[in-house]
Design a protein around this ligand. Structure first.
Ligand SMILES: C[S@@+](CC[C@H](N)C(=O)[O-])C[C@H]1O[C@@H](n2cnc3c(N)ncnc32)[C@H](O)[C@@H]1O
Length: 280
């Protein structure tokens, strides 16, 4: 049985379907952050790039533009529906330089070596990050570099903690497990450094990137509140036994908070991420 079974079930199940359905919303939130990591790679026409945890493929497509038709980009993921969307996006955009691999990088060494590795929030879900990063390093050419973006501590990401504070008033949520697979697994810089060093990346930079992001563009605060509650597996599990009447006061309270963050681009929140660039 795979050590990442829970993640595979989530990302190939309801979680993956949600990300496919909400691709526009997720991209609006994450595009500027992923761009920082793309910009830190010196990508040339003709290069090969591995997009780790490529999800629904927006970054795979951006990378394919950068390498041009003479280069190639491979999207790696464990999610069947998200990989299917990546392939669909490649076909819609006539990109013949995009391919996909459905593999858990923790369990498998890859067959090829790439000029660059990239990930937008796709490397924090491993039960064994060091083995996963060692496998990734083996798939990087000796002079290549690996760039990724991941979240800093939740306290610096009010887009996450504010809604969570409201939900906690209504029901118990399991306490967060530090370093366990989750969006915040790499919140501690020292832990990130430990993983990079232990997996053989001797040179690296970890940049503190703080910028405002926009969530749920084109949505009413009420619909955004309902969407937020479906986005996270822990929250949607906790809500499972509740009737719509029981959920209503939670949605209303969250919508009020969202209303105070609303502007023409969506719900504006501060965010903090680590932008990492690592090489041998
Ligand atoms: C937060 S999503 C980010 C998706 C995409 N990179 C984006 O920014 O839109 C995390 C992604 O990592 C993938 N993932 C999780 N564990 C993985 C693993 N062990 N190997 C490969 N991909 C994994 C998930 O399936 C999901 O697509």
């Amino acid at each position: 049985m795979s050590a990442n079974k829970q993640q595979i079930e989530f990302w190939s199940g309801g979680g993956g379907d949600y990300w496919v359905d909400k691709q526009f919303e997720m991209d609006t939130m994450l595009n500027p952050l992923g761009q920082k990591a793309i910009d830190s790679l010196h990508i040339q026409k003709g290069d090969s790039v591995l997009d780790v945890g490529c999800g629904t493929g927006t970054t795979t497509l951006l990378l394919s533009e950068k390498v041009g038709p003479e280069g190639k980009v491979t999207g790696l993921d464990i999610s069947v529906p998200m990989l299917a969307r990546t392939l669909e996006l490649a076909i819609e955009n006539n990109k013949t330089n995009i391919s996909i691999i459905n593999k858990d990088v923790q369990e498998n060494e890859l067959d090829e070596q790439y000029d660059h590795l990239f990930s937008r929030f796709g490397v924090m879900f491993f039960t064994d990050p060091i083995t996963s990063f060692k496998n990734l390093k083996k798939s990087l050419k000796a002079d290549g570099s690996f760039s990724f973006v991941c979240w800093q501590h939740p306290s610096k990401n009010p887009w996450h903690t504010k809604p969570l504070g409201i939900l906690k008033k209504y029901f118990d949520l399991p306490p967060a497990q530090p370093r366990a697979p989750s969006p915040f697994a790499f919140e501690e810089k020292a832990y990130l450094e430990e993983i990079l060093k232990s997996s053989g990346f001797s040179k690296y930079s970890i940049d503190d990137n703080q910028e405002n992001i926009h969530l749920f563009p084109n949505k009413s605060s009420y619909d955004a509140a309902k969407d937020f509650m479906a986005l996270n597996p822990i929250i949607s599990n906790a809500l499972q036994g509740m009737s719509d009447d029981e959920k209503e006061p939670i949605v209303t309270e969250l919508a009020e908070v969202y209303e105070s963050h609303k502007n023409s681009q969506g719900l504006e929140f501060e965010s903090a991420t680590w932008v990492v660039n690592a090489s041998s």
